[in-house]
Design a protein. Structure first.
Length: 100
């Protein structure tokens, strides 16, 4: 059975789908330029803050939601130009989590 997955670039035996290659490079670019530096900065701030009196980051972000926000923003930036949208699932479970 021969399956045609669309236009591809052949590098030796490796066949890379054009859309997958472009999307992959786009994701890596935004991961290196935005997501990784933002997460490292958050980690440094969290570590430094924990050593200082008052632990300011614990007061600002007690439930550690900033990394989720960074990840969601990265997904929007990287998926939107290709017509894909990150979907948040499991909202029905939020009320149960908030009761704890």
């Amino acid at each position: 059975v021969t399956v045609n997955y669309g236009p591809a670039i052949t590098l030796g035996k490796l066949k890379i789908n054009l859309f997958g290659g472009i999307l992959g490079l786009w994701e890596v670019f935004w991961g290196v330029v935005y997501w990784y530096p933002a997460m490292i900065l958050y980690s440094i701030l969290r570590t430094v803050s924990s050593k200082l009196p008052g632990n300011l980051m614990q007061k600002i972000d007690p439930y550690r939601r900033i990394p989720n926000l960074i990840g969601f923003a990265w997904a929007l930036v990287s998926y939107t130009p290709f017509g894909m949208w990150p979907v948040v699932e499991g909202r029905e479970n939020l009320e149960v989590l908030r009761e704890v």
